[in-house]
Design a protein around this ligand. Structure first.
Ligand SMILES: NC(=O)c1ccc[n+]([C@@H]2O[C@H](COP(=O)([O-])OP(=O)(O)OC[C@H]3O[C@@H](n4cnc5c(N)ncnc54)[C@H](OP(=O)(O)O)[C@@H]3O)[C@@H](O)[C@H]2O)c1
Length: 248
């Protein structure tokens, strides 16, 4: 049976590459977006032209109503329940010193890293349990390993994903649902403007594999975790960063 995946925030960046890759693997894909409708529809056209199945659905994943709408429209369109959730969406990530940062700045990040995955998982998990199959994959970040200064709002929020992943994996494992997090290194996407191997040399010099990552590197790992053959992997935090950090 063809699986259905929601990739949150897949109108651009890493989410776009994940959506395209999953569709190539035969998964029916929801290209979720917040405001980039044209880009999302263009990705759907690209997927369909390549023989895949996809639909663009607008919804804010950080609020209850948005998540309810996203899941209902997905089930309505594909006439099937959701098998795979990729928690990828993120908002602005301001770099703030401890002097500047406020509790609201922390909450702004936690809304994406914890609230959205929680709302989505709670909305889809009963049907996953019934089907005895599910995949919940969250996109973390290597910043958790690095502990960047003046970025504690984002680093803290991404760190919470580690415990969340392990706890959910334990709770949902008996139902055939795996829960994992993929932690990318620095991967230039549209929002970073032009980044070259030369301009990023400072970063690359610390990367054992000696290059920048590509969105496709992340998409390949996510796609693998979605497959049946990855069904014995759960609760893991997987670094996809050329060896820039080694994980715990
Ligand atoms: N790129 C990197 O170097 C890097 C490194 C480590 C981790 N990550 C993580 O990887 C993930 C993707 O990063 P990215 O760089 O690809 O991000 P990005 O280019 O900024 O894209 C963010 C996506 O999230 C969507 N979005 C924003 N607010 C939303 C909301 N309320 N509801 C639903 N969707 C929303 C955006 O939709 P619109 O286009 O409609 O606004 C867009 O599709 C994030 O979790 C990020 O923290 C990225």
């Amino acid at each position: 049976m063809t699986r259905v995946a929601i990739v949150t925030g897949s109108s651009r960046g890493l989410g776009k590459a994940i959506a395209i890759r999953l569709a190539k693997d035969g998964v029916k894909v929801v290209v979720n977006y917040h405001s980039s409708r044209q880009q999302a529809e263009e990705i759907v056209r690209e997927i369909v032209a390549g023989g895949g199945e996809a639909v663009a659905i607008q919804a804010s994943v950080t609020d209850e109503e948005g998540v309810r709408k996203l899941v209902a429209e997905t089930e309505g369109y594909f006439e099937q329940s959701v098998d795979i959730i990729i928690n990828n969406a993120s908002g602005p990530q301001p770099e703030l010193s401890l002097k500047e940062v406020t509790w609201q700045d922390y909450l702004d990040q936690l809304h994406f890293t914890v609230k959205a995955p929680l709302l989505l998982t709670k909305t889809v998990m009963e049907k996953m349990k019934h089907n005895q199959w599910g995949r919940i994959i969250t996109i973390g970040s290597e910043v958790v390993e690095i502990g960047n200064a003046e970025f504690s709002n984002y680093v803290t929020a991404k760190s919470a994903v580690i415990g969340m992943t392990r706890s959910w994996a334990t709770e949902l494992g008996g139902f055939g649902i795996t829960v994992n997090t993929v932690h990318p290194g620095f991967i230039p996407v549209e929002r970073h403007g032009e980044v070259t191997e030369e301009s990023a040399q400072g970063y690359i010099s610390g990367v054992p594999l000696n290059r920048l990552g590509k969105p496709e590197d992340i998409a390949a790992q996510v796609a693998f975790l979605c497959r049946d053959e990855a069904g014995f992997i759960t609760g893991q935090n997987i670094q996809v960063n050329g060896g820039n950090t080694f994980g715990v």
